[in-house]
Design a protein around this ligand. Sequence first.
Ligand SMILES: [Zn+2]
Length: 313
Amino acid sequence: MIPSALMFYGPEGVGKFLIAQRFARALHCKYFQEETFGNMQCPSCRKAVVGNHPDILILDEGSKIIKIDEIRMLIQTLNLKAFESESKVLIINNAENMTNEAANAILKTLEEPPKNTHIILIVSNLNEMLSTIKSRCVRVRLKPLQPEDISLILQQNHSIEATKASEVSLLASGSLKTALELSDDTSYAELKEISDSVIKLLEASELDPEMLLSTCEVFDKRQDKEKLIFPKLLDILYLYWRDVLVLNSGVEAKKMYVASGRLISIKANSVFRIMELIETVRKDLVFNINLRLAIEYLILEMRKIIEKEQENP
Ligand SMILES: [Zn+2]
């Protein structure tokens, strides 16, 4: 028997909403057990896919607050008899964005669900859900995707070239959504360019002030877009230093992000200090810091650590 209350939870971009939609479609498909399910041959599936199946209700407000009025209307519809199938499904995306009143309204419905209905709550941040709602739902955790899987999906479903797919997948923190955003050609090219410059600045024996200026300036322009790129730049730098650490220790790692030209020879302790530094900057990102100043600070501080070690090896 399929539970009347389900909660799909896990980090953003792992496909929770897609899986819920597929699940709703499967519930209504007459041919679910047959091979034709994937072909979407039946009228029910075709309606579900374009989003106008009368027995599949979807609330997807993106990152907006979900108000009680919206929930009330959906519950009313849920209480009506199913139009075309035996059951009705209600999917609420980003359910943690419900106001308290909206959440309490859902809770009531979860406590006494109308016959033959299924409610699926999609949640990225489990801590923000009322524990009373959590305990009412059968919870299904969706894990972050492995880089190898993301890379494969990018290549097979989105025709992204193998090298790019594998690089992007390492930076996507298990999220297909992030991976797709990063594979967007301009983002990818920009990220590559910036990270290459930063690494060059670190590897150069003398600091090139003009290059420092032009590299950091990038973050002056469009802060909104750079907000996606900046954390990924930090990821690349982190991976770079991890690789330096591994290469310096003489161990061959399974996965190398950076095939460095002039490898910086540096003690493990200093690498750890640099990695800590990167994480400090990452934590500061929540405070809406000036990205240009942050990257300049980071580059200069990293260089200080490198230079100090090269003075007294
Ligand atoms: Zn079907």
